[in-house]
Ligand binder design. Structure first.
Ligand code: ADP
Length: 449
């Protein structure tokens, strides 16, 4: 078992990891930028080290500063959280070369899964269905046109190194493909330092269904069911739930087996997520593997009773998974709402500022994962998510009712601060959501209307 680790992240996920560490008797060292100085969650860490100014590039993304902090604090391992350095293969390698364990998969696995085009090759090898498209990278407009003619329009041009909902461009005909192709390459080069793009069929009105994987270093790989993340804006998730209203037990079993097969093929270790698109006919296609803990992991924890962050720490400490696939027992329904400090009325512009009044919901079936409190100033430098509200009930209907009740209790007030809470309440009132009939285009269509 690990003794002392450093968390190379901030906010709610840093606090989530601190909590898991303390329940396991592991010491947790936090790092912070000057923008996060004084955040109350830092007091809960066993030690907190300032690593630089607010800009992420000079603090949370600055590998030498983080490694120095780890050496000064004398930790054995680093938990990267999500975002920042979480899927950075170079960082994982640097950790290894400094004799610090990276809490996540090996660097080579991060590298092969981080390139979406290579990951698709792995999926094909594992016999997992992928979205029809190019075999690997596409270098020229002519090649792109040829691929698109073969699979039919619309197509999506994707950056191999893309992530976070960025680096994707839909082309509905040859003119827009010719027009968008080079732009996609130069945008990919600028945003991800890698111009590689590939092409696949644009699946119309799919659902986003992803499977949670846990793998230990002794060859055991299991899945803990799915999360449906179809409520998205600009390919970014806003609401996630488990189980998916679209899955039958038979489809869950097939998709879960595919997810496990992919993880095995990739040599995956630790917690990860295999993402699929599910079309209206019940066909599913692998899109990518996220080699980290995800924002939406709590919904899986709520229905499975498995603490994923603790298992990340245990697996990194060399422990074997105590759970076999047949022991996984999924119960009830959980929904997560991302509470972002942004204004849906103003095109989701971030609303940083000081929180003067904060009322967090509670009661049966309510979990809130957050690092904020009254008096906290939301910095303008980072992601705008300030809290996650997770509600649980015996059925989906019950979870929705608890969600409405809890969202009604939640108050985040301060000058200029707006949140996604009113939007969540509107979504929960829509018949399409209540009936479980949404797809990844639902929210954009609703916002347009
Ligand atoms: P990222 O790594 O940036 O999150 P993903 O590959 O996971 O990107 O895709 C994010 C979202 O983009 C999906 O949930 C889906 O809504 C949309 N998407 C990606 N590929 C396709 C596709 N081939 N057809 C339709 N939608 C897609």
């Amino acid at each position: 078992m690990l003794r002392r680790i450093l968390i190379a992240n901030r906010g709610e996920i840093a606090l989530r990891v601190i909590r898991a560490c303390h329940e396991l008797g592991i010491e947790a060292v936090a790092v912070y930028s000057t923008a996060d100085r004084g955040s109350p969650y830092l007091d809960l860490a066993d030690e907190a080290i300032c690593i630089g100014p607010p800009e992420s590039a000079r603090s949370y993304l600055d590998i030498p500063r983080i490694i120095s902090a780890a050496e000064i604090a004398d930790v054995e391992a680093i938990h990267p959280g999500y975002g920042f350095l979480a899927e950075n293969a170079h960082f994982a390698e640097v950790c290894a070369s400094c004799n610090i364990q990276f809490i996540g998969p090996p660097a080579e696995v991060i590298a092969s899964c981080g390139n979406k085009s290579k990951a698709k090759d792995l999926a094909r090898q594992a016999g997992v269905p992928v979205v029809p498209g190019s075999d690997g990278p596409v270098d020229s407009v002519e090649e792109a046109v040829k691929v698109a003619r073969g699979i039919g329009y619309p197509v999506i041009i994707k950056a191999a190194a893309g992530g976070g909902g960025r680096g994707m461009r839909v082309a509905s005909n040859e003119v827009s493909l010719r027009h968008g192709f080079q732009q996609a390459q130069s945008e990919a080069a600028a945003a991800f330092k890698d111009p590689t793009v590939y092409i696949e069929k644009f699946v119309e009105n799919p659902r986003h269904v992803e499977f949670q994987i846990l793998a230990d270093a002794h060859g055991r790989v299991i899945h803990l069911g799915e999360r449906d993340c179809s409520i998205q804006r600009r390919h970014q998730k806003l609401i996630e739930e488990s189980p998916s209203p679209a899955l039958t037990p038979e489809l869950r079993e097939r998709m879960g087996e595919a997810a496990v097969a992919f993880a095995r093929e990739a040599g995956y270790v630790n917690a990860g997520t295999v993402e699929f698109l599910l079309d209206r006919e019940g066909n599913f296609y692998f899109i990518e593997l996220n080699a980290r803990i995800q924002v939406e992991h709590p919904v899986t924890e709520e229905v499975s009773g498995v603490d994923l962050v603790k298992w990340q720490l245990r697996v990194a400490g060399g422990e074997a998974l105590a759970l076999a696939q047949e022991d996984v027992d999924l119960q009830g329904h959980a929904i997560e709402f991302r509470i972002n400090a942004e204004n849906p009325e103003r095109n989701f512009a971030p609303t940083p500022g000081r929180i003067e009044q904060l009322v967090l919901p509670g009661g049966p079936g309510v979990r809130v994962d957050t690092h904020v409190c009254a008096g906290y100033t939301i910095p303008r430098h980072y992601d705008s998510m300030i809290a996650k509200l997770i509600v649980t009930g015996p059925t989906r209907e019950a979870a929705i009712r608890t969600g409405l009740r809890a969202l009604g209790e939640l108050r985040v007030e301060g000058p200029g601060i707006a949140t996604t809470v009113p939007l969540h309440r509107e979504i929960l009132a829509r018949a399409e959501f209540v009936n479980g009939q949404v797809d990844t285009g639902f929210l954009e269509r609703y916002l347009e209307s």
